[in-house]
Design a binder for this molecule. Sequence first.
Ligand code: SF4
Length: 453
Amino acid sequence: MRLHGYESRPAMHWKPFSADKVECGLCPRHCRPNNGQMGYCGVRGAVNGALHTFNHGLSLPVAEEYIETEAVVHFSPGARILSLGNIGCMMTCVFCQNWETSQISHLDERHIRRYTPQEIVNLCLENGITTISWTYNDPVVWHEFVIETSKLAQKSGLRTVYKSAFYIEEAPVDELIECIDIFSLSLKSVSDEFYRKSTNARLAPILSRIEQVARSNRHLEISYLMIPGLNDSRDDVRNMITWVLAHLGDQVPLHLVAFHPAYKYTGVQRTELGTLIEARNMASDMGIRHVYLGNTQQTGANDTICTGCGATLVRRYGLISRPEQINEDGSCSNCGVQSPVKLPLAGFEQWQQPDSSADFKQSLEFHWHSEAQSVHVVRTKGIAPDRLRLRPLGEHPLVERSMPSGLDRFIVSRQSDNDRGVVISWDSDNQYKIMPLLDRAHYPVASIAAATE
Ligand code: SF4
């Protein structure tokens, strides 16, 4: 059997069920496909009495982004990451923010590429990217490739981020804890009814697996996507906070994330800022020490503040982070109190200032607007190395960079309220396109870009 023309290979976590069925044990769904059939996720199926994975190495084209796109703020702020999204998912959330790639029936196979673990590691090493991020749709259904690549990454001195809704079994999580450095896990509710009706999954395994990670020594941050009308009432939010405090403690960073209407849940507006602020105040009042707002540009909403003296340790605007009164070891440079931020200065690099402000011969311009505060800059034609100039429309300085080697896509994000847009120019005959991001961890594909341009 093949998926999009690619051969399958033997999977992990399964057992024979009957003469012509196997049982998958990767996620709590425990599908039992017959020979020649796929499981619920559409990327694992039975072949001659064995379970196979059909998406090993199959990915959307990889992108260079910031670690903040993954709702990670207490680990190497500002770090560049290599983001990889695969295809398929073990859940069917009606509000899915990446449904074009998570729901296999909607996938446009022209977006797919195949990578090997060594190629992924090499892309990081060649471009000075320190962290691989398993993200976008959900890495659970890519388990074999994630484990194989993450182990190789570890040996090469790279770090890994795992961003997931975490509908997964216990044994695979043990394997992940061995080779993943940072878990950014999405808790969408503490109501089983919500999970059944809106995601076609169950709550209990997700809570157990989050606790499993919390018991390990791995870095953990939690996101709560606030979906108007589904999980944003005061009771919903209070119940979630109560669970987090009781099971994860008051130190885990909690991200309250704005939702954009998507997939089958489009009859609502984006989450209002007032709803996020009310939820943040509730979380702080109930005792969560570090609360952040996701998918909002609100100045001051996401700064990391010293608990000793109130100094700003890391200042943030949207996806952009800047270190302020923080030392290399994470302590406050004003009063010395230790903060929870790990590797606080390792992620920041000085962009080159060009000798001249003259633009190169080709350019594209994008103006930030309420639906898009970040973009992917995508090379659509040509492979020759490029110098790129990024000229913000506002007070921020012109910078110059190289197009990452072997990559065709990187993120540019709004830097402040005074930043009105960006002009990208380049010095070759290659062709580029700007694709708006509707939110962080959103992967724009061609159909979305056409609709929003
Ligand atoms: S990973 Fe896929 S095949 Fe396996 S149990 Fe989950 S949905 Fe079914």
